[in-house]
Design a protein around this ligand. Structure first.
Ligand code: IPD
Ligand code: CA
Length: 254
């Protein structure tokens, strides 16, 4: 499975890389008021879903652009064909392809691939997390004041307003608090110790299904904003190195 899914992500990544190397902005249209879509989101999704259906015909699929497939199963592929479409459109390299497998709501396998930096994050439950085939671990920072924190938000106005409130609370609490624009990649950054936490009010499952297992397998902790273990139905997400999890939960007030 690791080989199949990472090869699939890489194949799609090469198409995105080719487009990225063209001059100027990627053509997009509005999906919602604050969210865009490109033809590459649809192309990437088509390639990924075709292969998943061929290789795993009994597994269900939930994918950002096409929603839920017809098959019902305890195993669900949760796919974001491009996580960070706005970054992709503006040629900011922080975007990724995210393919997670969830069993009864719990992420058990995940691949996040960033084509521009050629970074492949992979994790499987109880088998650890890797970046380009090397084991990764979360960092050991125990002080919120020294933490590199990032955040995203869901696409509706309510989630955005909650993120703005969160910004007011958190910006001065850590070393910094930034919006990088690809939730899947930001989870992966926590997993390999580059950042200490990512938080998302109003999270979409496809943005983080793969990232959750990558963080957990790297030794981190992932809950909702009330401290309950994250599952596919959770509305918010806090993924951390584990050490600063409780401190952050105390300050999250949205
Ligand atoms: C988006 C990114 C972003 C988050 C948005 C998501 P998309 O994913 O993960 O970081 O703030 O809510 O929608 O739309 O580019 O797949
Ligand atoms: Ca997407």
């Amino acid at each position: 499975m690791k080989k199949t899914i990472s090869q699939l992500a890489k194949k799609v990544g090469l198409l995105l890389l080719k487009e990225f190397q063209q001059a100027g902005r990627v053509t997009y249209r509005d999906k919602y008021r604050h969210e865009i879509i490109t033809r590459f989101d649809l192309l990437s999704e088509r390639i990924i879903l075709k292969e998943l259906k061929r290789k795993y015909p009994k597994y269900a699929i939930l994918s950002e652009e096409s929603g839920r497939g017809k098959i019902k199963s305890d195993y669900v592929w949760v796919v974001d064909p491009i996580d960070g479409t706005t970054n992709f459109a503006m040629k900011n390299p922080l975007f990724s392809i995210s393919i997670g497998l969830v069993y009864r709501g719990e992420p058990i396998f995940g691949v996040v691939y960033a084509p521009i930096t050629d970074e492949m994050f992979v994790a499987e439950k109880d088998k650890g997390a890797t970046l380009n085939n090397r084991k990764v671990r979360v960092n050991k920072n125990k002080q919120m004041s020294k933490a590199f924190l990032t955040f995203c938000h869901g696409s509706n106005a309510k989630a955005i307003i909650r993120a703005i409130q969160l910004y007011g609370t958190m910006k001065l609490k850590g070393k910094d608090f930034r919006q990088l624009g690809s939730a899947a990649l930001e989870c992966s950054f926590v997993a390999c110790g580059r950042t200490d936490a990512i938080m998302i009010p109003g999270v979409h499952p496809w943005d983080v299904a793969a990232g959750v297992v990558i963080v957990r397998e790297a030794g981190g902790r992932v809950t909702d904003f009330k401290g309950r273990e994250w599952n596919i139905r959770s509305k918010d997400i806090l993924a951390t190195n584990g050490y600063i999890h409780q401190q952050l939960l105390k300050h999250i007030d949205v």
